[in-house]
Design a protein around this ligand. Sequence first.
Ligand code: MN
Length: 264
Amino acid sequence: MGGNLRILVTNDDGIFAPGLNQLVQNLSSFADVLVAAPDRERSATGHAITVHQPLRAVEREVVGATKSYAVSGTPADCVKLAIESLFPGEVDLVVSGINRGANLGTDVLYSGTVSAALEGVMLDVPAIAVSLAQFRQPCFELPGKLAAHLVNALWKQPWPADTLININFPGPEYDYPKGVKVTVLGRRRYQNAVQRREDPWGGTYYWLAGETDDRENVEPTDVWAVQQGYVSITPIHFDLTDYKLLKTIENWRLGLPGKDPAQG
Ligand code: MN
């Protein structure tokens, strides 16, 4: 085809998020960047899509992007809309991020950042998700530079069309990552995940919060790698089938009872 690589950038922190704007600037040094991102924060919306109300896409300038839209939906909506309607046939690669906060282990199932990338893959467009393990006052300058380097390097490699690449950068305890580790998804558990409180009128309400308990996450998990100061790279696909169990369950010889003749 020739011409520049065309990258769709999206996120779940919203189109005005510093992480997205930094990423667009860095990627635009070697690619044509298009943007379709939520018009507000949509973190932890997972793979939700909007089907009970209309979606609006409004042009909003993002420095470094050829064209950019703020979309009134979820991250998955943005990617669907971009690939099918806003930029049809114009997207070679989806890059989602840079998210404020890590997306590691089982948390990828809650992640809007990862789900946006997954939506790309589901529409046959290769995709990369990028997150930074820093939530308070994140600094995206270095991760933006390193992400652009890795995206450029990954794009030159062939990888299966149904696989997305999940990248996580270590937090501020490390002023430069120790290197890159290719990892598997860990398992994120939370302590005191549900906090129960009382409102001024005596009613009960809850906050989903809690601290992570990562003790069981050893090498080669993504959680371990980021804790140790490495950039974690995990290939992920949407096929959740447990292939190890197929034969076992077949051997259970599950069947149905004979059909009742009265049912016709
Ligand atoms: Mn987010």
